[in-house]
Design a protein around this ligand. Structure first.
Ligand SMILES: [Zn+2]
Length: 362
């Protein structure tokens, strides 16, 4: 433990690293895919590869509201869900009303990742939908074990996770606000989970997590961002693999005062107003350009299927009479997917060979 006075929190507000470490321990496929994904991110980070995307990417979202009938507050209203979509659409465009609070020294680093979100208008069968699935459960509470993502375990099965960002909203225990699965994990558990009272800006959303920023943070993970402090328990030895975010010791909570110096990162100190810290919703309001690059590497790599996804891109008006909407762009998508999978499998094999011939797995 360092002397920076920032030990691991007594409770994890976010369970993403718990899931990540479990998958790293259990799955060789996950380890191999993470290596591929990290290599690509590094190429973007070092400028050896650049985003080819010039337009705004709109990602289709399905929200699974998993609620217990004995706790009716868990069945949050449509308006609360819409309030959450509004926040992420601001935060991932640097169009959030509080972006002006970024300290002067970091204003030039503020990035617009050019990512937007829309509740799906087509379900996996091509039928019209409002993008909200409501499922009753007999569970009083969930945790980061992914039970909420399977109907057989009292949750709600995902929609195809290469076409929809699955967001599960439920009661979470143990002080968890949410968790995400990094790209490269099993498709049947891919997505983000958010505590209903940390979701959106109205309804059951409760201070200090009623600004919709838990979803911003978790989607950041889903797009391959690490915690800004590098999850090294205050040791200053590990960072978030993004160069333009200062190395910082541990997480910050509450509403810190600028500057807060750790890991010899003065004079500006920790970038605690970054979405990937643990501060209150009112105290976080930026992604950096380096983080946007890393998200782009993910969106053009492991999550490239979203750039041609169906849920948003096939509005009813554009479907010719008699055509099956699910077939719109299907061929293009399949070709794209097969190319991507071939590359991934080849990379997996290379990584696996590297592992068995003695290359250390980090
Ligand atoms: Zn997190």
């Amino acid at each position: 433990m360092s002397d920076y006075g920032s030990p691991q929190p007594a409770r994890d507000l976010c369970g993403t690293m718990l899931v990540h470490r479990k998958l790293l321990n259990e799955s060789m496929t996950y380890r191999a895919r993470r290596t591929t994904i990290e290599n690509r991110a590094l190429q973007y980070e070092q400028g050896r590869r650049d985003s080819t995307r010039t337009d705004v990417a709109t990602l289709p979202v399905v929200v699974h509201v998993v609620h217990n009938p004995n706790a009716p507050e868990q069945n949050i209203c449509d308006e609360q869900i819409h309030s959450q979509i509004t926040v992420i659409n601001q935060d991932f465009r640097a169009a959030n009303p509080d972006v002006g609070k970024v300290p002067e020294v970091w204003k030039a680093l503020v990035a617009d990742p050019r990512i937007e979100f829309q509740l799906a208008t087509r379900d996996p069968n091509g039928e019209p939908t409002n993008g909200i699935v409501r499922v009753e459960t007999d569970k009083r509470s969930f945790t980061w074990d992914d039970a909420v993502k399977a109907s057989a375990a009292g949750g709600s099965d995902p929609w195809p996770s290469d076409q929809y960002l699955n967001m599960w909203v439920c009661q979470l225990g143990g002080g968890l606000l949410g968790y995400a699965q990094f790209p490269g994990g099993p498709p049947q558990t891919d997505g983000v989970v958010i505590l209903h009272s940390a979701f959106g800006t109205m309804g059951t959303a409760a201070p200090p997590f009623d600004g919709g920023r838990t979803a911003t943070h978790e989607i950041g993970h889903w797009l391959d961002l690490y915690h800004i402090w590098g999850d090294d328990d205050g040791a200053c030895t590990s960072d978030d693999k993004v160069a333009d975010t200062p190395n910082q010791a541990g997480d910050n909570t509450g509403v810190p005062t600028f500057p807060r110096i750790t890991c010899d990162n003065g004079p500006n100190g920790d970038m605690f107003m970054n979405y990937m810290d643990y501060t209150d919703d009112v105290a976080m309001f930026m992604f950096t350009k380096g983080q946007a690059k890393r998200m782009n590497a993910c969106l053009e790599g492991a999550r490239a299927s979203f750039l041609v996804a169906q849920g948003v891109r096939a509005p009813a008006a554009a479907v010719p009479a008699g055509a099956h909407p699910a077939h719109n762009g299907e061929v293009e998508r399949l070709l794209h997917d097969s190319e991507r999978l071939t590359t991934e499998i080849l990379n997996d094999i290379r990584s696996a060979l590297g592992l068995v011939t003695g290359r250390s797995a980090g």
